[in-house]
Design a binder for this molecule. Sequence first.
Ligand code: NAP
Ligand code: F7E
Length: 343
Amino acid sequence: MVENKSPKKALITGITGQDGSYLAELLLEKGYEVHGIIRRASTFNTARIDHLFSDPHEEGTKLFLHYGDLSDGSRLVTLLESIRPDEVYNLAAQSHVRVSFDEPEYTGNSTGLGSIRLLEAIRMVGLDCRYYQASSSEMFGATPPPQNEDTVFYPRSPYGAAKLYSYWVTRNYREGYGMFAVNGILFNHESPRRGETFVTRKITRAVARIKAGMQDELFMGNLDAVRDWGYAPEYVEAMWMMLQHDTPDDYVVSTGTDYTVRDFLQLSFEHVGLDWEKYVKFDERYLRPTEVDALVGDSSRARNALGWVPKVLTPELAQIMVDSDIKALEAEGTHYIDKVVKK
Ligand code: NAP
Ligand code: F7E
């Protein structure tokens, strides 16, 4: 007799974000039924996952979206009750560090309290599921590199402090209620789908526009900051691996390499044969009240226990992102010609 095994179900908060979109892709490829929480907005906000949709009325649809918000605890309860996922990935957050200084209370509510609402909803529903918390290297803040799972936390922003709260409640629910709840402590990871106001994407978009003659200046803040930039599609694989392991644990995910913002500028501009120093200007608006000077991760635990190894390092990443932004601009141009000029 053929066993009719139903697919695993996953729920992703933050499915419309960079990581959520890659994770949804990965889980669909693995045969999961994927459910995502999206926020109601007056404009479409699903651009990063539009390519994953099929007609929801057709049989065999594997991706389901539900309106919800991490600030709405009762909605999380009703969603978990009706979906009953095997795995929950909590990726939703106000994720911009600079913005967290402008909106500290909202950041605390979504990036911090949002996690306890979700964990508590899982407990109230009595769901036996595995839980992934999107923790961040920002929690290390002022503690110098290399940083690993035993490094002392010293957050330097409302964002970092909110993530630290979520980190500890995840551990608390693991220790207190025996939940399979893990923290992935991810260092910066980027891609062509990275939000346009994070430093890497801001740079690669500008390079594409400068090369096309559409822009001739780029205003930046602190160029001395050191970051460990990896490739987002590889990092979501690490998230999945953590939830497949026999025992729940916390893991640093990083490449272990260090580059300054200045290095990233040079790598990106050089890729199209331009000298970054001719275009980049300083604007103090991009400085933060407290900066995180250097984040470089030691991911030995993830490498040894999960077998996770990063492949794309910062120089290749910069090239992938610049090439993608150039292509996107060219596609926009073609679209413009089709729409306006040929009319
Ligand atoms: P992102 O692109 O900014 O995506 C954030 C997602 O959260 C979006 O889908 C956003 O929805 C959603 N969201 C925000 N507030 C919400 C709320 N109150 N309720 C429900 N959904 C909400 O972030 P990312 O780069 O993919 O990162 C994913 C997670 O990993 C975040 O928690 C981030 O803090 C964390 N993290 C990221 C990095 C990194 O380098 N990328 C490193 C460490 C940790 P909208 O699309 O509607 O805005
Ligand atoms: O800044 C400097 C800035 O905004 C990187 C988030 O995904 O990773 C991210 O946080 C560095 C900082 O990322 C500009 O001061 C200079 O030192 O790209 P970012 P982030 O703050 O490291 C962590 C791990 C997360 O968890 C977060 O969610 O670049 N910098 N000039 C600039 N940064 C920006 N955004 N814009 C500038 O013009």
